[in-house]
Design a binder for this molecule. Structure first.
Ligand code: NDP
Length: 315
């Protein structure tokens, strides 16, 4: 049978390119989990994806109810779940004030981390139950959350501190909107959320790999300077960022190439190792990359897991 893979945020950028790459292989049914149903349908059509290789299902990661409803809807479809790709993200680098999810969490961490945390926890049972030869849970990470890299050292740097803001609910009412308890900073909130993504992947690996046989992985596909992620940025940045990445840092990858990389992590028989953060060198060969100290701190991962469970109503 065909494999069934859920890709969140498949309506643009990396998610769409990945959905397209997988659909073109002809052995995947891609479930595009998107907040804007019509946009996703149009995107799939204009990418030339054949109808029999995909379907769109509604998912808004900015609402925990929507996440739970998505899991129910998916189960009702009767399809086994073979791979889950947590890809969607928002980024508000120039925001002066925080915005909030339906449940009152600061939006970047709410969508990028907490929404995906609940989704992955809800669907782990389904991955476990599948009879597919290689079942995988993939969370898209980023170099920007990794302070052991040049890009990760451009201020404001990611830093979860002692997680006091998260413990307080991240809601700007009684608590801070930032995980470390500091003043709101949209660019930092995004980087923090990516550290959460990488910590979460490793904690999944430690807790569930042996028991379930599921492969847990994260990746940095390269700098895809052309995606919608930068839509909130100032115009001059949007103009200069792609050539800067292309000619100065040489970290630039096209959406198509990045989509192929993520599709390898979904589908390639040689990328089955669990607990790995994948990256690619300039010749597009994959390798196991090192995470920063904070992004690989097991105690922080465990505390993040416990606090996140409370916030999404699992504990
Ligand atoms: P895009 O903005 O192009 O895509 C983000 C996707 O997430 C869109 O499909 C968007 O939906 C979706 N999304 C946003 N909010 C929600 C929500 N509440 N519920 C459901 N879906 C939502 O960005 P990219 O393709 O660049 O980003 C994809 C991933 O790649 C992210 O995890 C990002 O952190 C990561 N990444 C990106 C890099 C880059 O250089 N661009 C580098 C490293 C990692 P909609 O179409 O409706 O807006």
């Amino acid at each position: 049978r065909k494999g069934n893979v859920i890709v969140t945020g498949a309506s643009s950028g990396l998610g769409l390119a990945t959905a397209k790459a997988l659909a073109e292989m002809g052995r995947w049914n891609v479930i595009m989990a998107c907040r804007d149903f019509l946009k996703a349908e149009k995107a799939a059509k204009s990418a030339g994806m054949a109808k029999e290789n995909y379907q769109v299902m509604h998912l808004d990661l900015a609402s925990l109810d929507s996440v739970r409803q998505f899991a129910r809807n998916f189960r009702q479809s009767g399809l086994p779940l073979d791979v889950l790709v947590c890809n969607a993200a928002v980024y508000f680098p120039t925001a002066k004030e925080p915005t909030y999810t339906a449940d009152g969490f600061e939006m970047s961490v709410g969508v990028n981390h907490l929404g995906h945390f609940l989704l992955a926890r809800e669907l782990l049972e389904d991955l476990k139950a599948s009879d597919y030869p290689s079942r995988r849970l993939i969370i898209v990470g980023s170099i920007t959350g990794n302070t052991n890299t040049l890009a990760g050292n451009i201020p404001p740097k990611a830093n979860l501190g002692d997680l006091r803001g998260l413990a307080g609910g991240l809601n700007g009412l009684g608590s801070s909107t930032m995980i470390d308890g500091g003043e709101f900073d949209g660019a930092k909130a995004y980087k923090d959320s990516k550290v959460c993504n990488m910590l979460t992947m490793q904690e999944f690996h430690r807790r569930y790999h042996e028991e379930t046989g599921v492969t847990f992985a994260s990746l940095y596909p390269g700098c895809i300077a052309t995606t919608g992620l930068f839509r909130e940025h100032v115009a001059l940045f949007r103009l200069l960022f792609p050539p800067f990445q292309k000619y100065i840092t040489k970290g630039f990858v096209s959406e198509e190439e990045a989509g192929k990389r993520l599709a390898q992590v979904v589908s390639n028989p040689s990328l089955t190792k669990s607990g790995v953060y994948w990256s690619w060198n300039n010749n597009s060969a994959s390798f196991e990359n090192q995470l920063s100290e904070e992004a690989s701190d097991p105690e922080k991962a465990q505390r993040l897991w416990q606090l996140s469970e409370k916030l999404v109503g699992l504990a």
